[in-house]
Design a protein around this ligand. Sequence first.
Ligand SMILES: [Zn+2]
Length: 245
Amino acid sequence: MANVETKGVIIKQNDYGEGHRMLSVFTDKYGIIKAVNYNAKRMRSKAASSQFLSYGDFVLYRSAGDVMTVKSIDTSDTFQPISESIVKLALSNYMSDITYALLGMENPDERIMRIFLNALYALAYRNEPPDKVKTVYELKLMSAGGYMPLLDGCASCGSVAVSSFDIDKGAAFCDSCKSGAAVRISENAYRAMRYITMCEDKRMLAFRADKGLIAELNSVSERYVKTYLDRGFKSLEYYYSMSDV
Ligand SMILES: [Zn+2]
């Protein structure tokens, strides 16, 4: 067995035994992996580098089991401003949860990792509203993960006069073709969804939207996530309970 090197970002950390930490690390080479950082709570340098959202170069030791051992972490960013906001922290937890729910363990996806890091960067350094980052991440993650919604006019007749989005079908429809289950969406929401799902990943937040539009997008995108990942998320409820105060 050998040491492996990879870029990674810590998406979960729990206490483990006496003074150790169990980390879930989203790595570019191996996907999401679990790794124990021994004595992480006793040594100050190790404690700092094994925080939630620490990003950098990891050296890991892979023995026979599923769990790796951290040999070293060379941190290049901690997205520090996120940890100063309980709302941003709650959102980052939710984004980590849906990413894990989509990818599972050891399923590398460098594109999704970049999208995840883009979202963290926007939250930490760009002062983008958390609700905007949330809906964009939900739509971009699902699109990159194989659940791209059909947003090229009405999915049935091709009309550009789209007025609703059917979550179960993952497609937009016009008034005459929509089924009863479809939710109404405004033209602006349709345009924004098209932009988010089809734009270059690094431009995913480069559009203007007022609060009303962001709220409309969120109501669609979070139901979309819930439907295709087939579960709800406690971290989403927590995010809303923090956003309301
Ligand atoms: Zn139609």
